[in-house]
Every structure is written in structure tokens, then in C-alpha cells.
Ligand binder design. Structure first.
Ligand code: K7E
Ligand code: CUA
Ligand code: CA
Length: 649
């Protein structure tokens, strides 16, 4: 199992055509450790045939199970919400489960002309603008959605989601399911994993989320201003803590190696991130050089004490305190800020078990998952455990390409196997017993084919103390023959598994537009939304007294109200060259009675929900008559709901 040999083996195999043995055989024969570089290419080549075979085999199971399965009859409601990421589509999404019906798309880092995200002044202020008022970024890459906690379960207050491209963290208010804040993190790149804390490490009264931890995947120069371009040995990665309430960056901690995903402990004391590039390598081959990488643990209390004591530095123009979590600065465990626990090669994914005892770190290039006992990590920090590696209490062999692990309420874990295109169910205590030498321990309980190449899986309430062991969603990266082809890009699959029995049952194929990664499945009683806004929440709300047109020089403010099926002003007249700010308050109080506002040739389009106020600002740079019309079907006279927007030449 030498890293260098594996790389060579794969490089050779990748140039070969699909082997008759099919994808699984091919990968089994070649280096199982070699997935990253070329395994994916190989598997794609082999997939069509193999896919058809596997599909045929399990298709029967699926069809049978569907009858007793996931359908929710018309008019009936789902049991769960699933909040999922959307990858480089830049948004977040809400599904109902088990039906898989899409309930909402929440624009976050992307622009969206249905709601006017990136068009209204309010959304632009959240997204961030350049000095000229245009958006700073219009792209985003969301991977991980996590909720805020109280007492170890979701409190229904906030969702947090990352943007890997521009290293931003966004917050979504769960009462209205809209993004209300976005923070760009300084001095990091490839901000990938995030996780909310579950309680304060010190104050027992704070039994809820107050922090969000963020892991940076890519090394960068400090600061990234053009220096050290040719010397990547000087580049580094920071772990970041963001205040959940203010969304300000609280502190950062420099580490050796990179970070990928993040997990937090139920007692609030530890956060951790898996590291696949402990080599600090700037190129792929060398990122796979070490036989083991690590899961790095952060001692939150010590880091914050150090920041409070003023023992920190800052980087470039950023004022955020940075402490040193590198090994060289943390030789004594009793004062160390970080603990690097060696785990299988190039791990991807770290997940907390609902009993609060373990983190499971998947191997990816190692066929194993490492079970890390948090009590032993605490012992290491107390100076009572000799080697950090001794905190690994089991390392069961699960299959090829293990990525992410979900949990039920019976001590079982469910790990996605990217290369095997399977989900494996295994028992955590049995794995620990086996590691202690119990030869009769039955670790692997079941394996099921998924279609195909699963990334994340996540179980119902599985990231809380209330894990209920009912459903598991397998987010698959390739769908191929599962759906009608629609051109070169296939839809993706979210496959729903029933995990209540001994054997996992595939009960539904749900489609997903590219490209969801992670998600959480939340019991519906934990989510309390409001259907109507409170007008007083909007300082610029239009009322009968201030409605109308106000001119100050060439700045014109149009204060408008909507009430089905009318806008309050049938005619709005401005002059060419005016800067127009149009403020629209929806006076309707009826649930679901949303109006839209579009102005042809002026690129204006947004909606206002009941009792909500939105605004847009634009330059009236061409003369003419333009029908401002309602875009959102609201009334029998919806088509007639329009006003004349007149620009004098
Ligand atoms: Cu796709 Cu969580 Cu970004 Cu794994 S990550 S698959
Ligand atoms: Cu108002 Cu349609
Ligand atoms: Ca590595």
C-alpha cells in the first residue's frame, strides 16, 4: 500500500478502455487507493454497461418497494423537510421527504429573477456590492447546509451554508426561508466544510448555537497580494470561527495541512476537520504521498482564551485575530490548541455520532473509516494519552471510496462508497470490538447498490441527538440510465432508502438539478415558518401617507403599493437621466398572495410577498412608454394588473 506505486498504477489503467469485468471489477483490480486521479475517469468509461446491469438488478427491488414506499397522496404533507445544497448552482433547496417534492429554491450566492435576488436593493446589500453598486460576485458553490441547535437538536432558527468559490458563509432565516446575511472570510480559499457548534465549551447556560466553524481547503499566501507566488511552501490554511448571531468573523487558527469537512461535538468543546493534504503539497501526486493523513481537532476553549489574552497576530488588512495551531507551536498537549489524529489516506468527510461519543472520518483513498473516540481526544489534550493515534478506536474496512457517514438511533453507521456505488451499513460498537480483537464481531450488516457514485448521504435527524433511523438519502453524482436522457448533462439522483429494518430498502429515485452535495433531514414539527410578513419590519414600507413620487434633483423615489389586482399608481412619469428608486409594498394580507413587478427593457423583475417591501434603483436612460406589470399570478385580473411607466425624452 505504497502511495507512489498506487499513483503509477492508476495512471496506466486510466488510459485503458473500459474492461469487460465492468466498473467494480476494474476498480477492484487496479489500485483501490488510486481513485482520485483517474479512478473517476475509469469508472465513467465503464459505467454505461455496468449501470444497465446494476439498474436491472436493483430496479426490481426499487419498483417493488415503491408500492409501500415514499408516495405522499395529493393534499397530504410530508413528514420531513430536507435542506440541501446546490453546488455550483449557488443556491439552497428545500425538499419534502419522503415524497422528494421540491418545495423551494432559496437563492443565496446566485442571482434569481423569480424572486429578484441580486436585483432588489435589499438582496444586493446582503450579497455585497462594488463601489458602483453592481454585485461583487454573481457566482457561488454551496456544499454544506447545517442548522442551528438547541439541546442537541434543531431549534428551527437558522440554516448556514458555505460558498466554496469565494469563501463566504451565508445564513438563512428559517421562519421565512430567505438568506439574511453573507460574510466573506478573510485570508482563506476554498472554504468547504462548515458546522454549527451545539453548545458553548464553557458556559453551560449557552446550550445552543453561537458559532459556525469553517474549514479552508486550499493553501494560499498570507496575505494573498501577489507575494510568494512561486513558493507554495509559504502558503497556508486557516480554520475560521464566525459568530452565528452577528455573522462577524471571531477568530482564525492556522493549521498544518488543509481542511475539508467539519464536525462539532455535542458538548461544545471540540470541532474537527478532516485533512487530505497533510503533505502541504501544491500538486495532486504529492497530496497522495503520505500513507496517512489526519483529522485535526480544535480545542475551542483554549483558542478563545488565547485570543482573549491578546496572544494572536493578524494578516494583511484583516483585523481578525489569528492563533497558531501548527504542530511546531503546539508541542505540549496540555496547552495545545490542536490535536492531529492520524487517519486513513486522503480522508473525505467527518461526521459526529448522535450519542456524542465518536467522530467517523472516511478514508476515500483507504477502504476504511476511522472511528475516533472523543473522550480519548480530550484525554490527549489533558496530557493523558500518549499518541493522538490512540484515539482511533476502530478502523473497519468498509469498501472502496468511503466518503460520508450518517447514523441511525441504534448505533449503526451508513457510509457512502463512491467507487463501489454502494451504501454500507455497519455497527460502530462491533467495529470497536473487532479492533480490540473480537473475531466474531459482525461489523458489516448490509450493503446496497445506489445509482451511481454516491457522495454525501444523510439520515433523518441523523445529525442530532434525535436521530430516528427512518430514512437515509443517498446523493449520487451520476444518474445515467435512471432517467430519460436530456442531452449531455444528466439529472442527478437523490435516492431515498428506508433504514428501519435490518436490510436497507431503496424506495425512491428523486431527481435533482446539478449539483447538490450535502443536506439535513429535519422533522417537520421543528420548522415553524411565517406566511405573512410584518410590515413594521421594513423601515422603507410604503403607506397611504407617503405613497407617490418624490423628486430631489434628478433622484426620483417612487413609492408604490400593490393590492390585488392593482398597483396604486396607474401612471408613473420620470425624465430621461433620472435615477429612479422604486419602492413597492405589498398591502395584501392574504396567505400566498404574492405580486411581481417587472419593467420591460429596464431589467427590473422581483416579487413582493404579503406585507413585504422591496425596492430597486436604476437609471432611466432611455425614453419611452413601458408597461410595468405584475409577474406573479395573483388574481383573475392579474393580466390587467399593470401601470404605465413613462420616461420623457
Ligand atoms: Cu461534495 Cu461535502 Cu463538498 Cu463530499 S463534499 S461529496
Ligand atoms: Cu398581482 Cu399578479
Ligand atoms: Ca494526503
Amino acid at each position: 500500500m505504497n502511495g507512489k506505486n498506487d499513483v503509477t498504477a492508476v495512471a496506466k489503467d486510466a488510459t485503458e478502455p473500459a474492461l469487460p469485468g465492468g466498473r467494480r471489477g476494474f476498480l477492484g483490480k487496479s489500485a483501490m487507493l488510486g481513485l482520485a486521479a483517474a479512478g473517476a475517469a475509469g469508472s465513467l468509461a465503464g459505467c454505461k454497461e455496468e449501470g444497465a446491469k446494476a439498474g436491472g438488478k436493483t430496479g426490481g427491488v426499487s419498483a417493488a418497494a415503491a408500492a409501500g414506499g415514499h408516495e405522499i397522496a395529493p393534499g397530504k404533507l410530508d413528514e420531513y423537510y430536507a435542506f440541501i445544497s446546490a453546488g455550483h448552482a449557488g443556491e439552497a433547496r428545500i425538499l419534502g421527504l419522503p415524497s422528494g417534492r421540491t418545495l423551494k429554491r432559496i437563492p443565496v450566492f446566485n442571482t434569481d429573477c423569480m424572486v429578484g435576488w441580486g436585483i432588489t436593493n435589499e438582496s444586493k446589500a446582503i450579497m455585497g456590492t462594488k463601489p458602483d453598486g453592481s454585485l461583487k460576485y454573481t457566482t457561488g458553490d454551496t456544499h454544506h447546509v447545517h442548522g442551528s441547535y438547541k439541546d442537541g437538536t434543531y431549534d428551527g432558527r437558522w440554516l448556514f451554508v458555505n460558498d466554496k468559490i469565494h469563501s463566504r458563509l451565508a445564513r438563512i432565516r428559517m421562519d421565512i426561508m430567505e438568506c439574511d446575511k453573507i460574510t466573506e472570510l478573510p485570508n482563506v480559499m476554498g472554504m468547504h466544510g462548515i458546522f454549527t457548534d451545539k453548545r458553548d465549551p464553557v458556559d453551560p447556560a449557552i446550550n445552543y448555537t453561537t458559532r459556525v466553524f469553517c474549514g479552508a481547503e486550499f493553501h494560499q499566501p498570507f496575505p494573498n497580494d501577489g507575494r510568494d507566488l512561486d513558493d507554495p511552501s509559504k502558503w497556508g490554511c486557516l480554520f475560521t470561527c464566525v459568530n452565528a448571531a452577528t455573522m462577524e468573523v471571531a477568530w482564525q487558527c492556522r493549521v498544518d495541512g488543509n481542511m475539508d469537512l467539519v464536525a462539532t461535538s455535542y458538548d461544545g468543546k471540540l470541532a474537527a476537520s478532516n485533512q487530505y493534504n497533510t503533505e502541504n503539497a501544491p500538486d495532486q501526486a504529492n497530496m497522495m504521498a503520505a500513507e496517512r493523513d489526519a483529522c485535526v481537532f480544535f480545542h475551542i476553549e483554549r483558542i478563545e482564551a488565547m485570543v482573549k489574552a491578546g496572544k494572536f497576530t493578524t494578516i494583511g488588512a484583516s483585523k481578525v485575530p489569528v492563533v497558531d495551531g501548527r504542530k511546531a507551536a503546539n508541542g505540549d498537549p496540555k496547552t495545545a490548541l490542536t490535536c492531529y489524529v492520524p487517519v486513513g489516506k486522503n480522508p473525505h468527510g467527518v461526521n459526529a455520532s448522535p450519542d456524542g461519543k465518536y467522530f467517523v472520518c472516511s478514508g476515500k483513498l483507504s477502504p476504511t473509516a476511522s472511528v475516533i473516540d472523543l473522550a480519548l481526544v480530550a484525554k490527549w489534550f489533558a496530557g493523558e494519552l500518549k499518541e493522538a493515534r490512540d484515539a482511533v478506536v476502530a478502523e473497519p474496512e468498509l469498501g472502496l471510496g468511503p466518503l460520508h457517514t450518517a447514523f441511525d438511533n441504534k448505533g449503526n453507521a451508513y457510509t457512502s462508497l463512491f467507487l463501489d456505488s454502494q451504501c454500507v451499513k455497519w455497527n460502530v460498537q462491533a467495529a470497536i470490538a473487532q479492533a480490540k480483537g473480537d473475531k466474531n464481531a459482525k461489523v458489516i450488516l448490509d450493503k446496497i447498490d445506489v445509482h451511481y457514485q454516491p457522495g454525501h448521504n444523510y439520515s433523518s435527524m441523523g445529525e442530532t441527538r434525535e436521530a430516528d433511523g427512518k430514512y437515509l438519502n443517498s446523493g449520487n453524482k451520476f444518474s445515467k440510465d435512471r432517467f430519460l436522457p436530456v442531452g449531455p448533462l444528466h439529472v442527478e439522483t437523490e435516492q431515498l432508502l428506508d433504514i428501519t429494518g435490518d436490510k436497507m430498502k431503496l424506495i425512491a429515485d428523486h431527481t435533482a438539478y446539478s449539483e447538490p452535495h450535502d443536506g439535513i433531514i429535519v422533522r417537520r414539527d421543528l420548522v415553524k415558518t411565517r406566511q405573512i410578513h410584518t410590515m413594521a419590519d421594513f423601515p422603507n414600507a410604503v403607506n397611504a401617507d407617503n405613497a407617490g413620487i418624490e423628486r430631489k434633483g434628478n433622484k426620483v423615489t417612487v413609492r408604490l403599493m400593490s393590492q390585488a389586482p392593482n398597483f396604486t399608481m396607474p401612471v408613473i412619469k420620470v425624465k430621461k437621466g433620472d435615477e429612479v428608486t422604486l419602492i413597492l409594498t405589498n398591502y395584501d394580507k392574504v396567505e400566498d398572495l404574492t405580486h411581481g413587478c417587472a419593467i420591460p427593457t429596464y431589467n427590473v423583475n422581483f416579487i413582493v410577498n404579503p406585507q413585504e417591501t422591496k425596492s430597486v434603483t436604476f437609471k432611466a436612460d432611455h425614453a419611452g412608454a413601458f408597461w410595468m406589470y405584475c409577474t406573479h399570478f395573483c388574481h383573475a385580473l392579474h393580466l390587467e394588473m399593470r401601470s404605465r411607466f413613462l420616461v420623457e425624452g
